[in-house]
Ligand binder design. Sequence first.
Ligand SMILES: [Ca+2]
Ligand SMILES: [Ca+2]
Length: 672
Amino acid sequence: MRRLPPVLMALTLLCGPGAFSAAAGADTPTATNTAAAADVDGVIVKFKTTRPASALSVSTTRTAATATAADTRPQRAQALGERTGLRLSDGAVVSSDTQVIHGQGQTTAALMKTLAADPQVEYVVENRRRHAHATVNDPLFVGGPGVSPAAGQWYMGAPNAALVSAINAEAAWSTTTGRADVVVAVLDSGVRFKHPDLDGKLLPGYDFVSTAITANDGDGRDANPSDPGDWITADEVANTRTFAPCYASDSSWHGTQVSALIGAATNNAAGMAGMGRHVRILPVRVLGKCGGHDADIVAGMRWAGGLHVEGVPDNPTPARILNLSLGSVGDCTTDDGRIYRDAIAELRQANVTIVVSAGNNNRSVHLPANCAGVIAVAGLRHAGDKGGESSLGQQVALSAPEGNCVNTFGECVYPILSASNTGKTGPQCPTYTTGSNSAARGTSFSAPMVASTIALMLSAQPTLTPDQITALLQSTARPFPPPASGDSTPMCSPITTKEQINCHCTTSTCGAGMLDAAAAVRAAVAAGPTVVARLVDAQSRVPLNGSLALSAAGSSTTAGRTVTGYQWRLLDGGALASFTGSTTASTATLSAIGSGLVTVELAVTDNTGAVGRSSAVLRMGSAPVAACGPDETDAVPSEGGGGAMGLGWLAGLAAVVALLAWSRRRAGSAAH
Ligand SMILES: [Ca+2]
Ligand SMILES: [Ca+2]
């Protein structure tokens, strides 16, 4: 087994100490090649079989130390001890001629040496402890002592009595780990491209914020959706009319947090895991300082889904899923919602599924989450009741964790851990939100859990329509837990004009139930004949000149059919990696011959000729270098979307004019 790199080796960060303290010291227990004494439990002895097993020197007289009424193990220790002069006892049986032997009063090495010299012994090896392989090796996924929050990414695991609302994403990965050609657009504040858990996972995207004062990047629309920060000073609130509706605040890095929940590099032995694993993120910047405006949000939605927006180059990588963790008060059925209604109808026609967070005002669902045709997501506490912030009402489709603290002081116990940046104004160091001063909570984080699940569903069953997806998510959602006896927390009320902080969810206030990603993905597979190609990557980064074992284990086809063929190929990055050996078997070996990203595809064929595909973006060679500090050049990836910079300024100017003509008031949509 190749030694796994230390947790932080992949994070070549130019940050001061402390920025990644959450991950420090959390190494994987399987990483060492030499077992500590505590990990060795006796030695395994293979006895020679030149004579029948019954003729081996097996004592029928049990020693006092080992004999019990139920002990039917072969009793070899006594005779072996008599021959070697050691005090030995019998242990677990491996086979008819192989058994654990425990020794007393000598080291394991001395015991092995003595026993190996016995004429009836073929060989002796340590009986070492092994550990279950984590499905992914990202240290923050697991959490534990020294990690903040200690619960790690609790919201993605299997639900249990304590973590009732966990979404079962880990189990969904046994069906699919996502396809690189399934794109989720994140309509948000932009993103930090060079965060080590996002580097390479992001498509170029676009900046749709049309006013420079909101955009905070010196111009209007342009081809760079990187997030320059959205901080607001007290002076700006007091003296700048645009910012009067907002509070003074540090930069939120909201889009980075939402993006990483969906698509953080996973199984790279660093940082966090992303729910969509191999799916790609399309960052569409629509929010800046003090939120964003309807015109920019709707233009960004239309563009993200592949529709044409005047003055902007068409999107070369349209998204099947839009995630909007934003909104504000308003009713979609009135004139407030008209522009959203029109865009939603167009996007649904284009087979685009739209996920929107319900809002954080603990009253009625925000706009655009209350528009028909979108999937509105409310927020749950870890225990399955409604989170304090979450809005609620009939328009909610289903619910997912939003993070909650439990404690009223000290560490937040169950926040939503995600990627972020240490900069209070402009960007500084890549980091992760923790349970202390940056605890992330709110329905902004519930929506991407649903968006990621849809991305996995479409990875397994690409033909699903938005209505089918909604129905499958709802039919597979787990029921809200009933209140325990003596629980004084009220039931959530469908009368949403009054504040409802923490309450017990009902299907008329929090949707059909609690998101179950694994059940939803399984249901997506069952929804139609399909071949599921499951690409298993032992590790998503391959050292230069190293190799990676890939497997199609878990690939399947509809009942009654059989898988008949496999085909592995590189969709891009052919100069950086090559296959060693067969590319038509159920396993393949990929070797790194350069540094950079490659996309690997597995195609699985069944006996009817139906083909299923799965793809993964893997990093060859050196780890990404995360630049840090105000001089950071947050370069947009080169593929696609190029050549738009020159038009961006003009497009921005046109958009400002259009915005002024269209709207006489601010919509003031804010991040949830
Ligand atoms: Ca701009
Ligand atoms: Ca990671």
